[in-house]
Design a protein around this ligand. Structure first.
Ligand code: NGQ
Ligand code: ZN
Length: 467
């Protein structure tokens, strides 16, 4: 392909002018040169940024976003939301998953996410029986990502128990269950089958300490190490206070404390919803080099609590962002609310900047790029040689960016208004969004509308409210 040329681009060394980017035929950035000539290159129509990684997604939840917002009494909580979600998941077919995921991934691209970590636990059929092909549901996700053109780190989930007491999974949870052997076989099959796809990677996700007893966690980590010693490992860790309490009762430690003491937590790991931590856990997690997977819009929606960002960043902690339950699919909203949650509780401003005279937008966007790339285990997050050519282009002529230069571009992108200046998106050297549109968006949306309408008609929330 021809070289790319940007008047203005965010490089690892900072904002740069007249940047020429050479990309190989298989979508890797080969060379980046600032102060270059544009002759013979394709001119990018605006300001070039590295595409953002979305490190935590449950794709199917896109079709129930907004259907669990009616009050049901004094006890609406994460746990009652989970019952609604279980009711919704019970009726999803493989075709439903394909259609929902394709729509979601197009939406992610339009919002500036160029790669996603899919925390995938819908392994079995609604009755809890294995599909004839154990890779059925995983392959639906892989195909949807391919159709949309988004990079994918698939994280098949290990799910064995209904709670810390090791109780068997409930009827609703039976779709999620895999044994350790079955999960490792799935990982291996997917790795082999898609080895040639440079926009794909497989890791694993022990669902939570609630759903995975200690011995199974250890066995699964050993098995994974034999397949791929660098594979990403994601886990839901300390989202709800009731979960922290149950962990203390069962394992005599808080969840993050327990995990750091009993698992080899290092840079391969992503701890999703490490919401409830003591100051000591916060420092220890930061020192582990793992990534904290933060999903501020979902964590707000579910009433989880606030991540201790200031202390974590002070200790050098790494983080990335995720759209999780898909109530919001936007890096802007995740990063904005990550910062705003802190401002509202700490009653000060520019919390992520940590007192330094630095741009909050540049710090947040840069940290989420690096943490997201690490958590997805793929060469992402920078316009630099060796990285995937995952690029988003902001319209420099958009009123949101008028008179903005350097880091003020990111500050205005993240903190000013709701009309997105994002215009074009490239993944692995291929344009997937051009002037705000995806080539396949109409067909994908049409199929999605039918699926979403059918699922909403039988939505458990609606059913629950009927007399
Ligand atoms: C999930 N979601 O797996 O979709 C979970 C809910 C659970 C979030 N934690 C189920 N946000 O944690 O048991
Ligand atoms: Zn989750």
């Amino acid at each position: 392909m021809p070289d790319l040329f940007a008047d203005n681009a965010l490089l690892p060394e900072g904002w740069s002018r007249d940047v020429r980017i050479a990309v190989t035929g298989d979508g890797v950035i080969a060379r980046v040169q600032a102060g270059a000539e544009s002759a013979g290159a394709e001119r990018l129509p605006g300001i070039a940024l590295p595409g953002m990684a979305n490190l935590h997604s449950h794709a199917f939840q896109r079709a129930m976003a907004g259907l669990a917002e009616r009050g049901g009494g004094a006890h609406d909580s994460f746990w009652s939301w989970r019952e609604v979600m279980y009711g919704f998941v019970a009726r999803l077919t493989p075709d439903d998953l394909s259609g929902i995921a394709a729509q979601l991934y197009v939406e992610m691209l339009k919002a500036g996410y160029t790669a996603v970590g899919e925390f995938h636990y819908l392994h079995r059929d609604p009755a809890g029986r294995a599909y004839a092909d154990g890779t059925e549901m995983s392959e639906r996700i892989v195909a949807a990502a391919g159709r949309a053109g988004i990079g994918l780190t698939l994280l098949p989930v290990l799910y064995l128990a209904g709670g810390f007491d090791g109780a068997p999974p409930s009827a609703a949870q039976r779709r999620f269950v895999t044994g350790v052997e079955e999960l490792l076989r799935l990982v291996e099959q997917l790795r082999v089958r898609h080895a040639a796809n440079a926009d794909f990677r497989v890791g694993i996700a022990p669902h939570s300490l609630r759903a995975v007893p200690p011995a199974a966690l250890a066995a699964c980590l050993d098995g994974l190490a034999a397949l791929d010693g660098d594979a990403p490992i994601h886990i839901h860790v300390a989202e709800q206070e009731a979960e922290v309490e149950a962990c203390r009762r069962a394992r005599h430690a808080r969840p993050v404390e327990w995990l750091l003491a009993h698992a080899p937590v290092d840079r391969r790991w992503c701890l999703v919803h490490a919401t409830h931590m003591t100051a000591e856990e916060t420092r220890a997690l930061a020192q582990s080099s793992a990534v904290a997977g933060l999903c501020p819009s979902t964590e707000a929606n579910l009433g989880d609590g606030l991540f201790p960002l200031a202390g974590y960043l002070e200790a050098g902690g790494r983080f990335g962002i995720g759209s999780d339950s898909q109530v919001s699919v936007s890096p802007v909203e995740e990063l904005r609310w990550l910062e705003y949650g802190q401002r509202l509780t700490e009653r000060r401003r520019a919390v992520a900047a940590g007192g330094a005279a630095m741009s909050t937008g540049a710090i947040l966007y840069g940290a989420a790029l690096a943490g997201g790339a690490q958590a997805l285990g793929r060469p992402l997050g920078a316009l630099a040689p060796g990285k995937r050519a995952d690029i988003v282009v902001l319209d420099a002529a958009h009123p949101a960016l008028a008179g903005r230069d350097g880091d003020a571009v990111l500050d205005s992108y993240l903190f000013a208004g709701n009309l997105s200046p994002l215009r074009d998106v490239m993944v692995g050297g291929r344009w997937v969004i051009r002037d705000g549109h995806h080539a396949d968006e109409e067909a994908i949306a049409q199929a999605y509308r039918e699926t979403a309408a059918r699922l909403a008609r039988g939505a458990p929330e609606a059913a629950r409210r009927e007399p």
